[in-house]
Design a protein around this ligand. Structure first.
Ligand code: GLU
Length: 270
């Protein structure tokens, strides 16, 4: 990095994520862009009025605090399952907290801090449907999932290769397809499905089949090569678990029906 002239210093520090020790205890200036989902209740949701809620939102807010940012400095940006790597590669967001499973394929493009949560792939069906009780029942049925998700690729590669897969842009679109009969089931992480099933507007409409078709370890995505940020985020996650905020966030966001597991071991630089 070039050494900036005095006049440009403020700008540089304003943009620097890690400008601790400069400017006393004021923390970094400017905004911190974080990629989250906007349509997943309990996980990442933009509510009417622009309020954000969900476990990923709480985790992201905690990390931001540990990086020195105040809540009002956070700018949540919408990510979809299919554009998380791109948004990191193009510096559109500093990190992604969006039900983002750590996978070898994704690790070719981005780095992950964490893991900070374990979910499992499951199915959501209409409440009166008793014909789908296992993955094989999906063959020759209409199944909805989301482009760019591990859920969709697991279905195609192993779980139900003969299912007719409807791939949409977001899970809330699959919920509508399921309700309208364009899909017989939708599949993704149980954490996400439980959130839709628990929504007041969906009361009595859907049920989770209760399968554990995969292990999904959620990581915080960062731009590839940013080891320093991975380490800082891992330190924040460890603190969040140790001080009880992680447990509190699980309880607050997932509700009593969700069988949550203890916090996973955070492995540095995964
Ligand atoms: N955790 C899975 C994934 O990262 C499914 C959820 C999602 O699409 O965000 O692909």
């Amino acid at each position: 990095m070039r050494v900036p002239k005095a006049g440009a210093m403020a700008v540089v520090f304003g943009l620097a994520l890690t400008a601790t020790g400069c400017g006393g205890d004021e923390g970094p200036q400017g905004t911190l862009s974080i990629g989250i989902k906007f349509d997943q209740p309990g996980v990442g949701l933009r509510e009417t009025g622009g309020v954000f809620s969900g476990f990923d939102v709480d985790v992201a807010t905690y990390i931001a605090k540990e990086l020195g940012y105040k809540p009002e400095q956070i700018e949540f940006k919408k990510v979809d399952s299919s554009d998380r790597e791109l948004l990191l590669q193009y510096n559109e967001v500093k990190f992604v907290a969006a039900s983002y499973s750590i996978s070898d394929k994704r690790k070719e493009k981005v780095d992950f801090a964490g893991p900070y949560f374990t979910a499992h792939q499951d199915l959501l069906v209409r409440a009166d449907d008793n014909t789908i009780t296992k993955a094989e029942d999906l063959n020759n049925r209409k199944l909805c999932s989301v482009s760019g998700s591990t859920s969709a690729s697991n279905v195609k590669e192993k779980l139900a290769p003969k299912a007719s897969l409807l791939e949409l842009g977001g899970y809330s679109e699959c919920v509508i397809a399921l309700q309208d009969g364009q899909a017989d089931a939708m599949t993704t992480d149980n954490s996400i499905l439980a959130g839709y099933a628990a929504q007041k507007a969906n009361a009595g409409k859907f049920k989770l089949v209760g399968l554990s078709l995969s292990n999904e370890s959620y990581g915080i995505g960062v731009k590839k090569g940013n080891k320093e940020l991975v380490e800082k985020i891992n330190a924040a996650l460890k603190k969040m678990v140790a001080d009880g905020s992680w447990d509190a966030a699980v309880k607050k966001n997932f509700g009593p029906a969700y069988r949550s597991e203890p916090a996973p071991q955070i492995t540095t630089g995964s």
